[in-house]
Design a protein around this ligand. Structure first.
Ligand code: COA
Length: 189
């Protein structure tokens, strides 16, 4: 099913940080493998997803924190884009298309999963990046995050390899994905 009215996606401002942090705390556990200790998940949330931690992205060049809202103005998704391979330089060899942007985070409220909302947020990300000459998007998601992996595969991302990602002191295996961008935002490049 495709959402009848699309989301609005805008650069986050300071007033968005509290609601984004709340959404992030609720949705980050959904991206984690079931055997990851809750204490590790909470440590990651405290360190990286508090309003204070997210504020850094508003002031960091090359970082774009985006707030995604329903047509009636509810914040139900967010994304964090990071230029180049800064997100994880160990993945540099896996990223074939340059210039590239890393999708550090793409999270949607569970009430909107399966609605097409996430795909429309990703479409917006693609349009933004194509509009500034970016040739590829890349990301990494936990090997056990089957929902996200199916979503990204359907959205034209291909597997490039793996990386190790620390969540609260526990090493996890992520799958690295890349999607080439063509000159239009009409579909996978
Ligand atoms: C990842 C995310 C943005 C995708 O949005 P979504 O609306 O859930 O995506 P869709 O429903 O369009 O696609 C999900 C796919 O997983 C499938 N799926 C759903 N639940 C599943 C499950 N428990 N097991 C296996 N597959 C599942 C769906 O059938 C669909 O696959 P299909 O298109 O081949 O049928 C969203 O699920 C989300 O925010 N998840 C939590 C945070 C997260 O994991 N973010 C990504 C971190 S990098």
């Amino acid at each position: 099913m495709i959402a009848s009215l699309g989301p609005t996606v805008d650069p986050a401002v300071a007033a968005d940080l509290g609601p984004i942090a709340e959404l992030a705390a609720r949705t980050f556990p959904l991206a984690c493998p079931p055997d990851l200790p809750r204490a590790s998940i909470d440590a990651f949330i405290d360190r990286h997803l508090s309003a204070g931690a997210l504020r850094v992205h508003l002031d960091t060049p090359g970082h774009d924190l985006l707030a995604a809202r329903t047509p009636d103005g509810r914040l139900v998704g967010y994304a964090l884009l990071v230029d180049g391979i800064e997100m994880d330089p160990t993945c540099a060899d896996q990223i074939l298309h340059r210039p590239t942007v890393g999708i550090s985070k793409l999270y949607v409220d569970p009430g909107h999963h399966g609605s097409g909302f996430a795909a429309l947020v990703l479409d917006d990300v693609v349009r933004r990046c194509v509009g500034r000459g970016v040739r590829g998007l890349w990301l990494a998601t936990n090997v056990a995050n089957i929902r996200a992996r199916r979503f990204y595969a359907r959205q034209g991302f291909v597997e490039r390899g793996t990386r190790t990602f620390d969540v609260g002191g526990v090493s996890n295996t992520d799958v690295v994905y890349e999607r080439a961008l063509s000159g239009t935002a009409a579909g996978p490049g």
